[in-house]
Design a protein around this ligand. Structure first.
Ligand code: ZN
Length: 155
């Protein structure tokens, strides 16, 4: 009986420790970005710590319009290449399932496209990004990139 209580205590302590470490180390390795029916992100700047094993962007579509009308995703590219990608690669015929983008090594990370009330997560491996390089995150739904974009850097 006594050993059972002890095991329970150890497990409870372990759970508390895990919850605590998630709070301390996890906070900086994730960000929540909300997109709206007004074609806006609520976050304009993302900083990723090199200390993060992985970095998670949670994209929430806080609006009500369906993906076909007001879809939002998060695509990460080098800022220097962003304009070229946005003006030449985003095409309706690439399809919404591909974020209207073709296969390209210039597209470093890309989330699913979501509609109102939906959300998705994008996991980023920080080792695939370089400190000191300017990156841009943007929505690749046709016409959205001019407004729906922000800066992403690795510190
Ligand atoms: Zn969008």
């Amino acid at each position: 009986m006594r050993s059972m209580i002890r095991i329970k205590f150890v497990l409870t302590s372990l759970a508390a420790l895990l919850a605590c470490s998630t709070l301390v180390f996890g906070a900086d390795c994730q960000v929540k970005v909300t997109g709206s029916d007004a074609m806006q992100y609520d976050v304009k700047k993302i900083e990723i710590s090199k200390d993060c094993d992985k970095f998670t962007i949670e994209l929430v579509h806080g609006g009500q319009l369906p993906a076909a009308a007001m879809g939002h995703n998060v695509v990460i590219v080098e800022t220097a290449k962003m304009m070229g990608i946005a003006t030449t690669m985003i095409k309706m015929e690439n399809g919404i399932d591909n974020g209207f983008l073709p296969e390209s090594s210039d597209i470093l990370f890309q989330s699913k496209m979501v509609g109102g009330g939906e959300s998705t997560t994008l996991e980023i491996d920080p080792t695939k990004l370089t400190s000191g390089t300017a990156y841009t995150f943007f929505c690749s739904f046709p016409g959205h990139w001019a407004i729906m974009k922000g800066d992403l850097t690795v510190l």
